[in-house]
Design a protein around this ligand. Structure first.
Ligand SMILES: CC(C)(COP(=O)(O)OP(=O)(O)OC[C@H]1O[C@@H](n2cnc3c(N)ncnc32)[C@H](O)[C@@H]1OP(=O)(O)O)[C@@H](O)C(=O)NCCC(=O)NCCS
Length: 156
């Protein structure tokens, strides 16, 4: 199976939102307080995502050759990874690795970025550690109750 990678256009927002919310419900929300769900999911609706794409935030997408969206990595300010999702049935096939490489290289090319940051879900921490990220401090609890692990990666 071939996976194709490209940057998102505003008209991709609906599909990005469907994938992001589905993967979030399956892998993130079961370990979060109920208060965190609504605000987190609202940030992933098509309108919110379309606004972010139009504002210049970079959504890198992975598409199956049947036209199905199977992965997204979104970067803010060429330095902060704020969305990173792969369709559940496609986990473990290297799609996140490819998405991260493309997203990182794009930011380095555009802005000369040397430090990347993110707030990890519990299930993704081992993957980020494997990519070279390290914890930046203790777990964070947002005002909605969302629990994340802040991490960063310094390029040498
Ligand atoms: C995290 C996520 C994006 C990873 O996607 P994926 O396509 O399955 O990841 P890959 O197959 O590309 O694996 C990436 C690397 O991490 C490694 N890895 C995967 N799981 C690992 C684990 N539990 N421990 C250590 N390394 C692990 C893989 O071996 C691979 O390494 P390699 O490139 O050197 O071979 C995916 O599991 C996901 O969507 N999770 C749910 C949503 C989520 O929590 N997103 C993060 C929000 S902050």
């Amino acid at each position: 199976m071939t996976i194709r990678y490209r940057l998102a256009r505003p008209q991709d927002a609906l599909e990005i939102g469907v994938l992001a919310r589905r993967v979030t419900r399956r892998w993130i929300l079961p370990w979060q307080p109920a208060s965190a769900a609504g605000p987190l999911l609202r940030g992933m609706d098509a309108r919110a995502i379309r606004g972010k794409i139009l504002a210049g935030q970079r959504f890198h997408l992975a598409w199956q050759d049947n036209g199905r969206l199977v992965g997204v990595a979104a970067m803010r300010d060429d330095s902060h990874l704020f969305q990173f999702f792969v369709s559940t049935r496609m986990h473990g096939r290297g799609i996140a690795r490819r998405l991260w490489q493309r997203t990182m290289r794009d930011a380095v090319r555009r802005a000369g970025t040397r430090r990347f940051t993110l707030k990890a879900s519990a299930m993704a921490v081992p993957v980020y550690l494997h990519f070279g990220f390290v914890p930046s401090g203790p777990l964070l609890v947002s005002d909605t109750g969302l629990v994340t692990q802040p991490m960063h990666l310094d390029l040498r």
